[in-house]
Design a protein around this ligand. Structure first.
Ligand code: GLY
Length: 378
């Protein structure tokens, strides 16, 4: 087993590297090492299963780029109304998930922020938010109205044009990279195998499956497919169709004297959404565009310009931050935006299509997958 600590600034493909050789057998092979696959692997290890995670670059991709918002309220929009129960259940799973992960990791893992402020810049933006808030309250989601004074207390330094906002008291955020790092670590500590190889083929055998990888082959009783936005092509099995929705995110670092954001903030600026997610070291995650253009990871100057222009209307001190990273994440999306977490044929469970809510849903999905694999959930 080899653990390589970060050297230099992190990049999307270099979070932390723990890698094992491919064993001959595991109870469960998890294909995909993003937030969903790693959370599933950890829960399965806690149940006493032997687990191999296959991913050429675990803890990278959209999970590494993500803001880490647990937007149970904010992401319950008109088109996502059917997901309110799933969102609330998932949000409630985060307290025990963080408690158990902290325990296994040996270090306390706090929330990066415990609530979210929502602001709009002009009358039309505020009307849009107001309309959505009325709907969210009708679903018994907790949203408080904030005047400018209350806004100033929660987020000092807001742009002068902002007069009113809302407080989503349950919409916390986590530091995505810290959670990924902790998951890699606890999987290793619980004797899980993180194998930096891709799964190339899946064949049924007399007593389960053979997974052919880029470096060898492994036998297993159960396969969990959590391949994010990458197409799952593993032989004859037909997997749910997933397409990517790309999002550009910036990571910004304040100077010593720069005003810092300490509460997650979502804004609508002249009809366009953006968000700010703080980290305990002062770093700020600024996101995100939402564009369907396949697997293209390029960033145009125009979209960057737009995101920064919108952000500085909401929080002018952003001008004093340094740009640390510009990244693109591919949100894995089903046609109806609902994730698919199910055993699709004996011994094959999928956890796919978590779209904008990979972090929010990860603990609930992992619990369900562990139940499906162990036979305690149908
Ligand atoms: N969950 C926020 C996003 O997908 O941008």
């Amino acid at each position: 087993m080899r653990a390589t600590p970060l050297a230099g600034p992190p990049s999307p493909s270099a979070c932390i590297s723990i890698s094992s050789p491919l064993p001959h057998f595991a109870d469960v092979v998890v294909i995909g090492g993003g937030i969903i696959g790693l959370s599933c692997a950890w829960q399965l290890l806690r149940l006493g299963k032997s687990v191999v995670v296959l991913d050429p670059s675990p803890a990278s991709g959209a999970s590494f780029v993500a803001g880490g918002m647990l937007g149970a309220t904010a992401e319950t929009t008109f088109s996502e109304a059917g997901s309110v129960d799933r969102h609330l259940f998932a949000r409630a799973e985060w307290d025990p998930f963080l408690r158990d992960l902290s325990e296994d990791f040996g270090t306390s893992l706090p929330y990066a922020s415990t609530s979210t402020v929502v602001v709009g810049v002009n009358r039309s933006d505020l009307a849009e938010i107001d309309h959505l808030v009325t709907f969210q309250r009708s679903l018994n989601l907790q949203v408080a109205t904030l005047g400018r004074e209350a806004l100033d207390q929660l987020v000092p330094g807001l742009g002068r044009s902002l007069r009113q906002g809302f407080h989503l008291v349950d919409d916390a955020a986590v530091d995505n990279r810290l959670i990924l790092r902790a998951l890699l670590d606890v999987i290793d500590r619980l004797n899980g195998h993180l194998v930096h190889e891709s799964a190339e083929h899946l064949d049924r055998s007399a007593d389960g499956f053979t997974v052919t990888t880029s470096g060898g082959a492994i036998s297993t009783s159960h396969v969990v497919v959590a391949t994010g936005a990458a197409p799952a092509v593993l032989g004859a099995i037909k997997f749910p169709s997933i397409h990517p929705v790309s999002g550009v995110i910036l990571r910004l670092t304040p100077r010593a004297s720069t005003l810092r954001v300490t509460t997650t903030m979502r804004a609508i600026v002249n009809g366009r959404p953006c968000y700010f997610v703080p980290r305990s070291n002062g770093e700020l995650v600024l996101g995100a565009t939402s564009v369907e253009r396949g697997y293209d990871l390029s960033v145009t100057a125009g979209e960057l310009h737009q995101l920064l222009d919108d952000a500085r209307i909401v929080f002018p001190s952003i001008d004093d931050y340094s740009v640390q990273d510009v990244e693109v994440g591919l949100r894995p999306t089903t046609v109806d935006h609902n994730p698919v977490v199910a055993t699709i044929e004996p011994g094959v469970t999928v956890a796919l299509g978590h779209y904008r809510n990979g972090f929010l849903l990860a603990p609930a999905t992992a619990k369900r997958v562990a139940g499906l694999v162990s036979g305690s959930t149908s």
